[in-house]
Design a protein around this ligand. Structure first.
Ligand code: ATP
Length: 255
């Protein structure tokens, strides 16, 4: 397996006023293999979201290197970066960020219709298929006010998948959901990962991390420790056991 992400000596500093700066990522190294399912945990303010945004080219490192599929992305122009994000990456956030004046299926289709050459019919079929996969096909023509938080997060997942991304990035994708919806969303993500899409997500929840196969523990701008697990599958995984292993490991590492 080759690495889809290779990040070396990533530093992220932001200016705080005229004289001070905050050093958020401190010489972080991270490789992600194609097909891997990685989660990032750690205390609030340790740099988890910053890591995700800088690895995914949503933000730019101050120094170091970030390679995506073998090519350096940290020095690309914004429009080149935007193209890579649109066609190779999908994003899901805690704030679901759907467009209010569009129906649910139009929200799903939106990123695929940005290109003038898009085949609308094919995009529609693909959106329908994704909504069926995530169990929301009956809501296709609803407005966003006519769906629950868990259903809207499924719409966001469909939208993130519409351009067949190589990697999905999630910043607390289940953070605003009740526990039942959170379990459903994680099962959908595990299913998507089992079909080959790489996933990296930030979470505070060991139950969520328990469905991933490698957990990174960040402390103060560094990856302090990491825990490799087997790939989770609903048939073969004792999820409670996996959660206990992660909790114990986090405690051993001072969380
Ligand atoms: N653009 C910015 N300007 C100033 N400070 C920032 C900026 N981005 C992040 N920070 C600070 O950097 C630190 C790391 O932020 P980050 O959001 O990456 O942490 P986190 O581990 O994801 O936290 P949480 O779990 O609370 O979401 C925090 O102290 C945050 O306030």
């Amino acid at each position: 397996m080759s690495n889809i992400v290779e990040a070396k000596n990533m530093n992220k500093k932001v200016a705080l006023g005229k004289e001070n700066e905050l050093h958020i990522l401190k010489d972080v190294n991270l490789d992600i293999e194609e097909g891997e399912f990685v989660s990032v945990m750690g205390p609030s303010g340790s740099g988890k979201s910053t890591l995700l945004y800088n690895v995914s080219g949503m933000d730019r490192i101050s120094s170091g290197s970030v390679k995506f599929k073998g090519s350096e992305i940290s020095s690309l122009k914004e429009e080149e970066l935007a193209k890579i994000r649109l066609s190779h990456m999908g994003f899901i956030f805690q704030d679901i960020n759907l467009l209010k004046n569009l129906s649910l299926i139009d929200n799903v289709m939106f990123p695929a219709l940005v290109s003038k050459d898009a085949d609308k019919n094919a995009v529609y079929k693909k959106a329908k298929m994704l909504m069926e996969m995530t169990g929301i096909e009956k809501l296709a023509d609803n407005q966003i006010t006519q769906a629950s938080g868990g259903q809207l997060q499924r719409v966001a997942i469909c939208r993130a998948l519409i351009n067949d991304p190589d990697i999905l990035f999630g910043d607390e994708p289940t953070g605003a959901l009740d526990s039942k919806s959170s379990v459903d969303i994680m099962n959908i993500l595990a299913e998507i990962n089992s079909k080959g899409t790489t996933i990296m997500l930030v979470t505070h929840d060991a139950k969520v991390a328990a469905k991933t196969e490698r957990v990174l523990f960040m402390v103060d701008g560094n990856i302090f420790a990491e825990k490799k697990m087997s790939k989770y599958s609903p048939q073969h995984g004792d999820i409670q056991k996996r959660e206990e292993i992660i909790m114990k490991w986090l405690v051993e590492n001072g969380f």
